[in-house]
Write a new protein. Structure first.
Length: 356
């Protein structure tokens, strides 16, 4: 609801920058499901949170306005916190967050923020609607105020949130418009990956999913890949929705993330020298559990063009135990980024800085 659109701008926010999105439980003007949560999903940061002030409202984030208050009444808001109380609760979360964000790569300030958030949640003042913490204590934030940020900061753990983003892309549908989606990732050993299945806990208001991943080597010429077991759209039980997200789509999202980590000059060079040499072929579909030990990413080369084909395993939601699942083996962003850089002239292969 901003001009220009915050949702369209969110993917361009540098991935090493932390983000805190504040909302309120009585905000029916810009409810989280249509505002802060989609922006959270669009951010590439591994350090982000959506925090909702319990009993707060949309209008009480700002000075009193008759027009805003009228709109709130019409949409059914029933706030029980004054404007001053709402701001006080928000500051008890916001100030520790800012202290951590500008404290460099030390872990203690982030622990202080997490403790403050836990205290407010335990007191019933806030609800944490979504949170990612994989890179909160590994950034180099002393450069946030400068015009350049370290590429090590922007590319470290580029793969960390890719499995969660993949699951969210698979379930990107109207079935989730009234549900809060949370995704946890189980990074498994090979023996665990053979037998463990993704889990879904579904209610009228939420969908809680645990996906299962396994890091793998190759295939050449790529450094590594990842196998991801997810829940498919059919698992939500809405027969009006059609599962149409493919492993090709997830590969395209991975490549987009890889390109965002490059400088503008490197992206332009990649468009000339690397991207014309890379194609994602239609998924190879499997219909038995042999996908887990047997299916592999295929890489073929013809006339200097690489075609990457992912194996896909899909099950109907009607199946007992193994129903409602989607598996893909994929090249994550770091693997694609490293391959792209190798296609560039030697002088352009080094990631030294990214302009913000």
């Amino acid at each position: 609801y901003t001009i220009p659109s915050a949702l369209k701008s969110a993917p361009r926010v540098p991935s090493q920058l932390p983000a805190l999105l504040l909302t309120a439980t009585e905000d029916c003007v810009d409810p989280p499901a249509k505002n802060s949560l989609p922006i959270y999903d669009a951010l590439t940061s591994g350090c982000a949170a959506v925090v909702s002030v319990v009993g707060g409202s949309h209008c009480r984030w700002a000075d009193s306005s008759l027009g805003c208050q009228t709109t709130e009444k019409l949409c059914g808001a029933h706030p029980n916190k004054t404007r001053e109380m709402q701001m006080e609760v928000a500051l008890k979360v916001l100030l520790p967050f800012l202290a951590a964000a500008f404290a460099g790569d030390a872990s203690k300030p982030w622990k202080d923020f997490q403790d403050a958030l836990h205290d407010r949640e335990a007191a019933g003042d806030v609800n944490v609607l979504a949170m990612r913490q994989s890179s909160c204590a590994t950034r180099v934030s002393s450069q946030i105020s400068s015009s350049k940020v370290s590429a090590m900061g922007s590319n470290h753990d580029l793969d960390a949130d890719f499995p969660e983003h993949s699951q969210r892309l698979v379930l990107n549908s109207s079935s989730l418009s009234k549900r809060l989606l949370t995704v946890a990732t189980m990074n498994s050993t090979w023996s665990e990956f053979l037998v463990v299945k993704p889990k879904l806990q579904l209610s009228q208001s939420s969908a809680n999913i645990t996906i299962v991943t396994h890091a793998e080597t190759g295939p050449a010429p790529f450094s590594h890949s990842i196998a991801i077991k997810m829940k498919n759209l059919a698992s939500l039980g809405d027969s009006s929705e059609v599962d149409n997200v493919t492993c090709v789509d997830l590969h395209s999202a991975s490549l987009a993330s890889a390109l965002r980590s490059l400088s503008a000059e490197q992206r332009r060079a990649a468009e000339r020298l690397a991207l014309p040499r890379l194609r994602f072929g239609a998924d190879t579909e499997w219909h038995t559990g042999l996908w887990v030990p047997s299916a592999r990413i295929s890489v073929t080369k013809q006339q200097d063009v690489l075609t990457v084909t992912a194996p896909k395993f899909y099950t109907s939601a009607r199946l007992p135990v193994a129903g409602g699942m989607l598996y893909c083996r994929l090249l994550p962003p770091e693997a694609l980024r490293d391959w792209v850089l190798k296609q560039l002239p030697v002088g352009e292969q080094t990631i030294d800085s990214v302009v913000v």
